[in-house]
Design a protein around this ligand. Structure first.
Ligand code: PGA
Length: 303
């Protein structure tokens, strides 16, 4: 299966970071990064630079036919309007993004609540972007054996909130009941296209140099995918029952939902983690072109 590698540059990068981006483009195209001959396991690399560099990088990537995709780190929940300093999903898409992160731990720590994350997810999918919904537990929750419960709560809040009328907290932003129906359709399309991705990012692992054990990552990510399917199946049958949709998702258990891992991924642990997950969300190590390219090369060798 094709692996997803997503580099989250966070609030790092000025115009001269173009050099790093060009280094990535050159390396991504080089023969050492060629996928193994055995199959369809080429790696898709997406860089999420700060919004100020998005359009610039998108133009470079497209003029060089690089194959590297671009993404946003966050989008506002509204489509447009009086939200000084904010950026909409449509703006990200217009600037060349194919995806956006949603609910990253650093955004949540800065004040985004579950209800905001749910509406951001809705905004991203409605704008036609892929969304990487980030979830993760605190160290104390893990120590108390509460990881799965925490992740399930975050998933439920995001998915239910993405679809629920109750999320229409601001009438000027999402004003009619059609919004809910439209978003069921958006989610349908997003699922069918594999546009909803999940990223398991334990809070205590982000930027700390620590990671869970590989088995633990494998178990948690597969539980996350199963829980997401369950929640989606419930929402689908609710929708079919109350008439907001005319058919349930078919074969929900077969839905492809990629689950990425993030938190202190680096060149030395990337391949071992990647064997257990669909991809990686990488912060610090993605700022170093050669380290990121080594991870992509390792990913291409995984059968
Ligand atoms: P890190 O960040 O790789 O620097 O731990 C990961 C993230 O925040 O997505």
């Amino acid at each position: 299966m094709r692996k997803e590698i997503i580099g989250n540059w966070k609030m790092n990068g000025l115009l001269d970071s173009e050099r790093t981006f060009r280094e990535l483009i050159a390396g991504y195209a080089s023969p050492s990064n060629a996928p193994s001959p055995s199959g369809d396991n080429s790696t898709r690399l997406t860089i999420c630079p700060p919004a100020t560099l998005l359009l610039h990088f998108a133009r470079i990537a497209s003029s060089m036919n690089s194959g590297i995709a671009l993404g946003g780190q966050y989008c506002h929940r509204a489509i447009s309007g009086s939200h000084t300093g904010e950026i909409s999903a449509e703006m990200l898409r217009d600037s060349g993004a194919r995806l956006t992160l949603v609910g990253h731990a650093e955004r949540r720590a800065a004040g985004d609540r579950e209800a905001d994350v749910a509406l951001q997810l809705r905004a991203a999918l409605s704008a036609g972007l892929s969304a990487v919904l980030c979830v993760g537990e605190r160290a104390s929750e893990r120590a108390a054996g509460g990881t799965r419960t925490k992740l399930r709560e975050q998933l439920r809040a995001a998915i239910d909130g993405c679809l629920a009328d109750a999320c229409k907290t601001d009438a000027s932003e999402i004003s009619t009941s059609e919004a809910s129906i439209a978003n069921l359709a958006s989610l349908d399309n997003a699922l069918a296209d594999g546009r909803l991705m999940l990223a398991y990012e334990p809070l205590w692992a982000i930027g700390s140099g620590e990671t869970p054990g590989y088995e633990e990552i494998a178990e948690t990510c597969s539980a996350l995918a199963a829980d997401a399917r369950d929640i989606l199946a419930e929402r689908a049958s609710d929708g079919a029952r109350n008439g907001t949709r005319d058919r349930a998702w078919d074969g929900t258990s077969k839905l492809s939902i990629s689950v990425l891992y993030g938190g202190s991924v680096k060149g030395s642990n990337a391949a071992s983690i990647l064997r257990h997950v669909d991809g990686l969300l990488i912060g610090k190590a993605s700022l170093d072109a050669q380290e990121l390219l080594a991870i992509v090369a390792a990913s291409n060798k995984i059968d």
